[in-house]
Design a protein. Structure first.
Length: 202
């Protein structure tokens, strides 16, 4: 009994280490690319938008409040602005600090994709799926953008993971995973308009 328990514990730790290694590979690729990324026009819009308080951000994004920032206006849902606003209060408004939000979001997405792939098709599939996501050139570029896209990737990965858990015949708490899936779907809708598509697909 003790030997069996120790074996399960060892297997669990190996899975955790594999997941963290996949996430670390993606984070490393993003950090290496970060200094090469120039500041884009829409990123400048996001940066000036987070100088407003959260309620003013909502009014500005909904075109109820005008500010002459000297950059194009935005009409995105507000969640990425709220998260960036909170992050800036903790780590400052420097460009590397703000780009690190997306790096963290993609690292989280990688862990969720690993978990979904492993749950559905086994550990090798989880590793393959996580690395294909984390090291995809498009994802590496997106991960350092000061926009909603990395956060939307994380909410979509969370939605997918919860869906896999919900469909698992051995799952003993389907209601909990349905609730979690709903939260990720709502978060996705408040992050990007394509969140409606992701939620509808799930």
């Amino acid at each position: 009994m003790m030997i069996e328990s120790a074996a399960k514990t060892g297997t669990r730790w190996r899975i955790i280490m594999l997941a963290l290694a996949c996430a670390a590979a993606g984070v490393t690729a993003s950090v290496l690319f970060l200094p090469r990324q120039s500041l884009w026009n829409d990123e400048a819009t996001q940066l000036v938008g987070i100088t407003l308080d959260p309620w003013s951000q909502v009014r500005w994004l909904a075109d109820y409040e005008n500010h002459d920032f000297g950059v194009p206006d935005d009409r995105m849902p507000p969640l990425s602005y709220w998260i960036d606003w909170g992050w800036s209060r903790l780590f400052g408004m420097s460009e590397p600090a703000m780009r690190s939000v997306g790096v963290v979001a993609v690292g989280l997405a990688t862990l969720l994709v690993f978990g979904a792939g492993r749950r559905a098709w086994g550990t090798p599939a989880g590793v393959a799926a996580a690395l294909l996501l984390a090291l995809s050139p498009g994802v590496v570029v997106t991960s350092v953008e000061i926009r909603a896209y990395p956060l939307f990737l994380a909410t979509s990965a969370g939605l997918f993971y919860c869906l896999i858990r919900l469909l698992d015949e051995d799952e003993s708490r389907p209601t909990s995973w349905l609730a979690a899936m709903t939260l990720f779907a709502v978060a996705g809708c408040y992050t990007h308009f394509f969140g409606v598509v992701a939620a509808g697909g799930a």
